[in-house]
Design a protein around this ligand. Sequence first.
Ligand SMILES: C[S@@+](CC[C@H](N)C(=O)[O-])C[C@H]1O[C@@H](n2cnc3c(N)ncnc32)[C@H](O)[C@@H]1O
Length: 220
Amino acid sequence: MKNRSKSSQEWLRRQVKDPYVKRAHEEHWRCRSAYKLIEMDDKLRLLSPGMTVVDCGAAPGSWSQVAVDRTNSSCRDKNKPVGKVISVDLHGISPIEGSCIFSQSDFTSAETQSKILSCLGKGKANVVLSDMAPNATGVKHLDHDLISELCLSVLTFSTSVLSDGGAVVCKIWMGHNQNRLLSAMKTIFKNVKIMKPNASRGDSSEIFLVGRGYSSELKR
Ligand SMILES: C[S@@+](CC[C@H](N)C(=O)[O-])C[C@H]1O[C@@H](n2cnc3c(N)ncnc32)[C@H](O)[C@@H]1O
């Protein structure tokens, strides 16, 4: 502990005290973030066996693990429909059974998006998840602009891959673009809401924009 910087000591202290960190370890999720998606999905029932999910900003992989579990994409339950999970991140993601992984891939690039499209084949996605976060500069409005750009690219991409009735869950740090993004979502989703799961730290400005009931008709 003594040789660590102050911020890393603080981080370590927080990790040790955090009940979600302990639970994630016991329940074999790759990180505590799993509980954010679990909580949102328990409330909204976004994921079910047989569904196709695209997970943007997936490393280290806990949201993808939850998606695999709930869509049955690893065919764990032979009696239920088998889903598909596509996981994308700038960083490496260790293999997850039941997920097609694109590591070292920038989601916003045309190349990555065409890889996702070819993995989807003729099918569409039922859910697009984004827990993507840019490297924070510490300048609040700039960081907010950076994450807003990621949200915008997720929403744009969603309009080309979601099947009617589909959903999107997109992380943003609170700020001036949030209402603009919500308004844009209202033009393509029947139901739009903001969620702040209990597992999301109270001192974090992150919230999740959730759109359900995608309709290609609404934007016309
Ligand atoms: C908070 S982590 C995601 C945690 C993940 N949901 C989980 O449960 O394991 C945010 C991730 O977004 C990724 N990311 C940020 N910008 C990205 C981009 N343009 N393309 C792909 N991934 C990106 C980062 O590399 C980082 O791994």
